[in-house]
Design a binder for this molecule. Sequence first.
Ligand code: URA
Length: 418
Amino acid sequence: MREIIRKKRDGQKLDKSDIEFFINGVTTKEIPNYQISALLMAIFYKGMNLEETKDLTYFMLNSGKKLDLSGIKGPKIDKHSTGGVGDKISLILAPLAAEMGIIVPMITGRGLGHTGGTSDKMEAIPGYKTSLTFGQFERVLRKTGCSIISQTREIAPADKELYALRDATETVESVALITSSILSKKLAEDLDGLVIDLKVGEGAFMKDLASAKKLGEMMKKVGEELGTEMKIVFTDQSSPIGRNIGNAPEVIESVEILKGNLTDYTDTLEITKVLAEEMCSLAGIKVEILETLKSGKVFERFEKMVSLQGGDLSGLTTYKKSFEVKSTSEGIVEKIDAYKIGIAALKTGAGREKKEDNVDLKAGIKLLKVAGEEVRKGEALALVYTKKELEPIKESILSAYSVGKKLKKDKTKILEKW
Ligand code: URA
């Protein structure tokens, strides 16, 4: 292992056999975490070319089992986000796509760095099990057309290990590591097609469109070389998505949208609609998306999936007590920095500082004022739900807000589609 670390540290290409040895050792836990972390840092700095990234993805994918969904009729299409702040799109999109006739076998990740993870969010629903056997997963898929689960020991276990270590060692923002992490889980799903929501901006791992395009190119090539049709949508993540950040708060927002509140969360809705269109295009179907969402059937489907996985939406709640963050100036909210809000959410307990930490599922932030809205001095900008020390959270939230005189022009969140 030392030789492999040295090779990458010195900027050399790793051979297929090096990558196979590394991933085997990660899966069997024979390589200690300090050596794994050292190699992750070397990959972070020196990068990997297409061949290395493809090999890494291949061995991570094959560290576990793959689903066989050939017994379920219908196009199998999924979407995955590269990680955002307030990104609860999967919760709405999975039952929406299923309602349109797509089978969505969604294997999701946990919070990573300052971003949230869908598995954690779903676990904010009391009783909801994200850890299902393949048999249970298939049963839910047959009954509802969608199922949201987390990686178990069966699915890409190497990613499960690496993901937690990357989170704790600040080695997330790497084209090779993000590509292999996402695709190793997603290609285990026996998909016909995959849509990537590639987030760009302060709250994303890729801060500008140029670096996002490098990731997009790598993901498209690796995914397609490993046999899955890919679509990439670049979406703006400079500000948080929607008004709620944190696990239970985001599920509550998703439920509101699923129940038909389509006016308060126009950004969440725009991204959901475009990703749904891309999923439909991969599936070769044409459906009126907003009409489907308004029908109430998508919420029924979500409820059914939740209950089949042991969850009870009636018990979903944040902390009853919340703390106000008051504006220190007057004017129009010009911008909210998504990264700073992501960090503030981490401080509430909604994310993990260390691999072993438990997340506080009820913790988080509600943004009462978003870009374009007026605020008076002393008026509440946001609410905080937390059991942690409040002052550092308030400071982070206040530093995320820019209040000025400019009126925001409504900008689309969709930057580019490939
Ligand atoms: N989502 C993942 O599953 N992995 C990453 O590396 C980033 C986002």
